[in-house]
Design a protein around this ligand. Structure first.
Ligand code: PMP
Length: 369
């Protein structure tokens, strides 16, 4: 059989082929148990081992310190837009930095539970620049500060997490890292809570990761559903209710795959970061050198994971997408709110996939310029 097409979906997104094959080989009988993982009790010893391994591997992979809990939840990124303020806001003031659609959604949802103050926004640049942290209007008494560390739709990424202490804020930083989790290291000294759906870089939709500093547990509002109360979820090792067992299993296989990756003497996330830099650099350099294509994001905050780009002559969009499909390059259509194209190049996208995309773009330009 030939290679599978390269899949540039923003999420649910391409998975490492080795993970899919491993899951396929274990589908009918996981390790001699006589069961598929999706048929196991979450309280049984088999799934207990799978879940504990996944959690330990994730802790290693992301270098999560011991004073953080790792929670496997459901509800996705948008669920967390309500769950975080219910757990952390104490009904008070929260600072939001708006850098694109996802942080804007977070701020809007949080208004139901707290005073959701906009401390900064890049709306006037059409979400193509990051407002410098020194310009953020942070509150003196915020319960937390929320950012989206990688804006999937607008292709804007924080290359460094803000150090709130140096900005005069004592508040914990909450990051929505849905679309770049495990693509680069996280500086946990600057983070109070990180959340993200698994369906971009880690596994199937349905699993939501929450990594939360211990002192932030136990402050949930009365109205918070028990199944979404971080303290309760943590005290029950993510098994207060039935966790997304299949998602945890597949993400666990991905964690093992990631831990085994090496690049230039580096392993795991550090290796992935090198590869992701090379992939993104190749694509942005090509786009910047072309008069046919364009990326509008300021170079200092361009996402390594999500590359939105435009054909300067948009009447060629349909032909571009049809040709791409024929060339085995799938799901390149941009988000409807932005238009144009978007190439999502998560961990599972090999350098060869980006090289194939650039070769196709070069040929399309040559034959249509
Ligand atoms: N935040 C970010 C950064 C995202 O990319 C997405 C999904 N594209 C979400 C939140 C929403 O996640 P979900 O669909 O899992 O609720």
């Amino acid at each position: 059989a030939g290679r599978r097409p390269y899949n540039f979906s923003a999420g649910p997104a391409a998975m490492p082929e080795a993970v899919l094959q491993r899951a396929a080989s274990e589908m009918l009988d996981w390790h001699g148990s006589g069961m598929s993982v999706m048929e196991m009790s979450h309280r049984g010893k088999e799934f207990g081992a799978i879940c504990a391994q996944a959690e330990a591997d994730l802790r290693t992979l992301l270098a999560v310190p011991e004073h953080f809990h790792i929670l496997f939840m459901q509800g996705g990124g948008l669920g967390e837009n309500a769950i975080v303020p219910m757990n952390l806001s104490r009904g008070g003031q929260v600072d939001f930095v708006i850098t694109g659609s996802w942080s804007a959604k977070s701020q809007k949802e949080a208004q139901r539970y707290c005073q959701a103050h906009v401390a900064a926004s890049n709306a006037d640049s059409n979400h193509t620049q990051l407002p410098a942290p020194s310009t953020w209007q942070l509150s003196a008494d915020a319960s937390y500060v929320h950012i989206c560390s990688n804006e999937t739709i607008h292709g804007v990424e924080f290359q460094e997490l803000p150090d709130l202490a140096t900005l005069g804020s004592q508040a914990p930083l909450v990051i929505d890292f849905s679309s770049h989790v495990a693509s680069r290291p996280v500086d946990w000294r600057r983070v109070g809570l990180a959340f993200g759906g698994a369906q971009k870089n880690l596994g199937p939709a349905g699993l939501t990761l929450v990594i939360v500093r211990d002192d932030l547990l136990g402050h949930a509002l009365e109205i918070c559903p028990s199944a979404f109360n971080y303290r309760i979820v943590a005290d029950n090792q993510s098994m207060y209710n039935t966790p997304p067992t299949w998602g945890i299993y597949i993400a666990g296989l991905t964690f093992q795959w990631l831990l085994g990756q090496t690049e230039g003497g580096l392993t795991g996330v550090a290796a992935m970061e090198q590869r992701n830099l090379a992939k993104a650099g190749l694509l942005y350099d090509f786009i910047d050198a072309s008069a046919f294509y364009e990326n509008k994001v300021s170079p200092d905050c361009r996402s390594r994971m999500n590359v939105p780009f435009f054909l300067r002559d948009e009447s060629r969009n349909d032909a571009f997408l049809a040709g791409a499909r024929e060339a085995g390059l799938l799901q390149l259509k941009g988000h409807k709110s932005v238009g144009g194209m978007r190439a999502s190049i998560y961990n599972a996208m090999p350098l060869e996939g980006v090289q194939a995309l650039v070769a196709y773009m070069r040929e399309f330009e040559r034959s249509h310029a």
